[in-house]
Each structure stands twice: as structure tokens, then as C-alpha cells.
Design a binder for this molecule. Structure first.
Ligand SMILES: C[S@@+](CC[C@H](N)C(=O)[O-])C[C@H]1O[C@@H](n2cnc3c(N)ncnc32)[C@H](O)[C@@H]1O
Length: 205
């Protein structure tokens, strides 16, 4: 189904990219996981389960790769959709995918792919936000990103909804469990096994 998505719209989102083939000098490179696009029906399901006024929220995919999740999120009325990707190669592919999708009139608003390290993203610049993470990097950086999100919530009071797709490292799960779990579920992935997802609200319990 994902190959058909690519061929139908002339995109390149399906082929995984190993770490060896990702050029980057970003400080977070040592924590990176390889590129692998999320299952499209799962992204739709999760967005539909948010049950909040998403027009007030910016959707941010941390580790957005070739932009597949951005293409899905931009079909919904979020205030804006942003991808953060440290590999220039993947960022360029995302830009090309976005342009092709836009040309076919398939999105409400044009998403933005930013070629930066997720560890350098200043969350306090964005108002209410939905953060989407499809296992982008290992626990050391993820815990730093979660601290930064928590701090931005304390400083600004802006709401943070945090979505995580497995696999998940124990230290990350332990940290996330200090937040309010809104919803969780599992999805039969195209690789055969189940992929689990967790939706949290980052606020004081
Ligand atoms: C498993 S893929 C997920 C891609 C996309 N979010 C999706 O679900 O279709 C993880 C992505 O995170 C990116 N990544 C890893 N470390 C990063 C970092 N420190 N900053 C930004 N992106 C990073 C990788 O290059 C890769 O594209």
C-alpha cells in the first residue's frame, strides 16, 4: 500500500535509508536511528484520536525524514505542520515530495521541512503543539528533548501533546510515564508485528 502511495503521487517515501547512507555533521548524529516511514493508516488513526481543537496546534514531526508524516498531517486543519530532519539528503527528498503533493492539490497548507538537529529546536517559539516521534533517536537525546519540552511548557504554559511510536527504550518510557497518558494502542504493521503507540499530555500531573 505504501509503494502504491509513492507511485500514485510520484513520491519517494517508502525505501528505508540506513545510517551509513545519511550524511550529517549534526551533534545529534551519534543518537540517530535510520529512516523508515511510518505506516500511513496509523498516522491517520492517531491524528483522528487527538480529540482536541487541532486548529490551535502546530504539528511537529521530530525526525521527519522524507516527509511522509508531514504529507498526512497537512491533510488536517492544524495551524501549521513542521518537520525537523538533520539529514540534508532526506530533507531535500522531503521538499521534493511536498512540492509534488502540493501540485496535486492534496494538502490544506504547505508543510515546512527544517534541516536542523532536533536537539537544537527551540520549542518555546511555537504555541500549542503536537509532537510526533516515530522512534527517531536513542534515549540520551530523547530525554534531553523531553526536558526541553517540559521546560518550554513551564515557561510558556503552551500545551504539548506528545506521540511516540515504538520501539521505545525503557528510560524514555519511564520518563513519559511521568506525564498524563491520554491514549495508547497498537497497530499491525506492514512488517508483520504490532507497533504500539502512546499519546501523552506534557503537563504537571
Ligand atoms: C524512523 S525515521 C522516521 C521518519 C518519519 N518521522 C516517519 O515516521 O515517516 C527517523 C528519522 O529521524 C531522523 N533523525 C535522527 N536523529 C535526528 C536528529 N538528531 N535530529 C533530526 N532528525 C533526526 C532520521 O534521519 C530519520 O529520518
Amino acid at each position: 500500500m505504501h509503494k502504491e502511495f509513492d507511485s500514485k503521487y510520484g513520491l519517494n517515501t517508502q525505501v528505508p535509508v540506513s545510517l551509513n547512507n545519511l550524511e550529517t555533521t549534526a551533534p545529534g548524529a551519534e543518537y540517530a536511528n535510520k529512516y523508515e516511514g511510518a505506516a500511513i493508516p496509523l498516522v491517520h488513526r492517531i491524528i483522528r484520536q487527538l480529540r482536541t481543537d487541532i486548529s490551535r496546534f502546530t504539528f511537529i514531526d521530530l525526525g521527519s525524514g522524507k516527509g511522509r508524516v508531514l504529507l498526512v498531517a497537512a491533510q488536517y486543519p492544524f495551524q501549521s505542520v513542521i518537520g525537523v530532519e538533520f539529514s540534508k539528503i532526506l530533507h531535500n527528498i522531503a521538499e521534493a515530495n511536498i512540492s509534488k503533493f502540493i501540485d496535486q492539490g492534496l494538502m490544506k497548507n504547505r508543510p515546512t521541512s527544517l534541516n536542523i538537529d532536533a536537539g537544537a529546536f527551540d520549542f518555546s517559539l511555537i504555541g500549542d503543539k503536537v509532537i510526533f516521534c516515530n522512534n527517531p533517536f536513542t534515549d540520551k537525546l530523547m530525554l534531553r528533548v523531553l526536558d526541553s519540552l517540559e521546560l518550554s511548557f513551564r515557561r510558556t504554559g503552551h500545551q504539548v501533546i506528545f506521540i511516540y511510536l515504538t520501539p521505545i527504550q525503557p528510560a524514555v518510557k519511564e520518563k513519559l510515564d511521568t506525564f498524563q497518558l491520554i491514549r495508547q494502542g497498537r497497530f499491525l504493521s506492514h512488517f508483520g508485528g504490532f507497533q504500539r503507540y502512546f499519546i501523552y499530555r506534557i503537563s504537571h500531573l
